[in-house]
Design a protein around this ligand. Structure first.
Ligand code: GDP
Ligand code: MG
Length: 197
C-alpha cells in the first residue's frame, strides 16, 4: 500500500471507525501516577479472560479488543503511551493528535494531577480543534476517600467548563472503569452517526 503511516493513523474517523476493520483509537492522558496503566490493565485483563484470539494486538502500552456496547460490537485500541513519551515535545504532540477519543485521567487524591488534566484539555483543544472530540474526564482512585483532594463537584464543574463527560473510577476496586470505556464508545458512535447524516 502507498498509504503512509501518518494517514493510517489519521485522526479523522471515517464512517467505519470502531467496526472490526477500523478500531476506535482511545488515548489515555494524564499525569504520571494517576492510574492510567492500572486502567489499561483492566482493559487488557478482559482480553485474557475472554477469547485470546479476540486480542489482535497487545503490548504493555497498546491493547486492542472488541467490546459489546448497547448490543453492538466495537473494536477499541487503547493507547497507554503517554508517560513513555514523556520526553515532551513532538512525540507527545503526536500522541495527543492520534486519538479518536481521550480518557483524561487525574487522581482525586492529587490536586496537581487535576490541574494537569486542565492543561491537557487545553492542549487537546489546540491539537483537536474539531468540535465534539469525545473526551471523558476521569477522576481515578475514588476508593481513597480519606485522601481525597478534589471533590466530585469540582470534577463535574471542570468537565462542564471543558465540555466533556465526567466519571469517577477506582481501578483498584474495578469500579466504573468499564462504564468509562462504554461511555467513550457511545460518544464515538454519536459523533460518527452525526457525521454520516
Ligand atoms: P500511571 O503512571 O498513570 O500509569 O499510574 P499507575 O497505573 O502506574 O498507578 C500508579 C499507582 O497508583 C500504582 O501504585 C497503582 O497501584 C495505584 N493505583 C492506580 N489506580 C488506583 C486506584 O483506583 N486506587 C488506588 N488505591 N490505587 C490506584
Ligand atoms: Mg503508566
Amino acid at each position: 500500500s502507498s498509504e503512509s503511516t501518518e494517514s493510517v493513523i489519521s485522526t479523522e474517523s471515517t464512517g467505519k471507525s470502531g467496526d472490526s476493520s477500523t478500531p476506535f483509537r482511545v488515548v489515555l492522558l494524564g499525569a504520571s501516577g494517576v492510574g492510567k496503566s492500572a486502567i489499561a490493565s483492566i482493559f487488557a485483563g478482559a482480553v485474557d479472560s475472554m477469547d485470546c484470539e479476540e486480542c489482535e494486538l497487545y503490548t504493555d502500552e497498546v491493547c486492542e479488543q472488541t467490546l459489546t456496547v448497547d448490543g453492538e460490537n466495537a473494536t477499541v485500541t487503547l493507547l497507554d503511551t503517554w508517560d513513555s513519551q514523556d520526553d515532551g515535545g513532538c512525540t507527545q504532540d503526536k500522541c495527543i493528535a492520534t486519538g479518536d477519543a481521550y480518557l483524561l485521567v487525574y487522581s482525586i487524591t492529587d490536586r496537581s494531577s487535576f490541574l494537569r488534566a486542565s492543561e491537557l484539555r487545553i492542549s487537546l483543544r489546540r491539537h483537536r480543534p474539531a468540535q465534539h472530540t469525545p473526551i471523558i474526564l476521569v477522576g481515578n482512585k475514588c476508593d481513597l476517600v480519606r485522601r481525597r483532594e478534589v471533590s466530585v463537584s469540582e470534577g463535574r464543574a471542570c468537565a462542564a467548563v471543558f465540555d466533556c463527560k465526567f466519571i469517577e473510577t477506582s481501578a483498584a476496586m474495578q469500579h466504573n472503569v468499564w462504564t468509562a470505556f462504554h461511555g467513550i464508545v457511545q460518544q464515538l458512535r454519536l459523533r460518527r452517526d452525526s457525521k454520516e447524516n
